[in-house]
Design a protein. Structure first.
Length: 93
């Protein structure tokens, strides 16, 4: 459920617990993909492979930015993508 906060001139998105878990999973997958892309890139990649990896990283960054833009933290029941990311990082696997 989205609503416009006229005090702060921004749109806030309230999400339920199942959506929150889905977002956390997506953030974890993005982080894993970004870490694997960076760590698995050998120094002798071709220009095409480097361009492809860069495009993948840019796409993942856009997804993360999109999540950040669509989620706003202001009170209980609201969370930002950074907050979710921090909670995932601090949670033992």
């Amino acid at each position: 459920m989205a609503f416009f906060d006229s005090t702060n001139s921004k749109i806030s998105l309230k999400i339920d617990e199942s959506e929150l878990l889905g977002i956390r999973k997506m953030i974890a997958e993005i982080k894993d993909l970004m870490n694997n892309t960076v760590s698995s890139t050998p120094a002798y990649d071709s220009v095409e492979e480097l361009a492809s990896n860069l495009e993948k990283q840019n796409n993942l960054a856009k997804i993360k930015d999109s999540l950040n833009d669509s989620i706003s933290s202001s009170s209980s029941g609201y969370a930002s993508a950074e907050d979710l990311s921090d909670s995932i990082c601090s949670t033992p696997n």
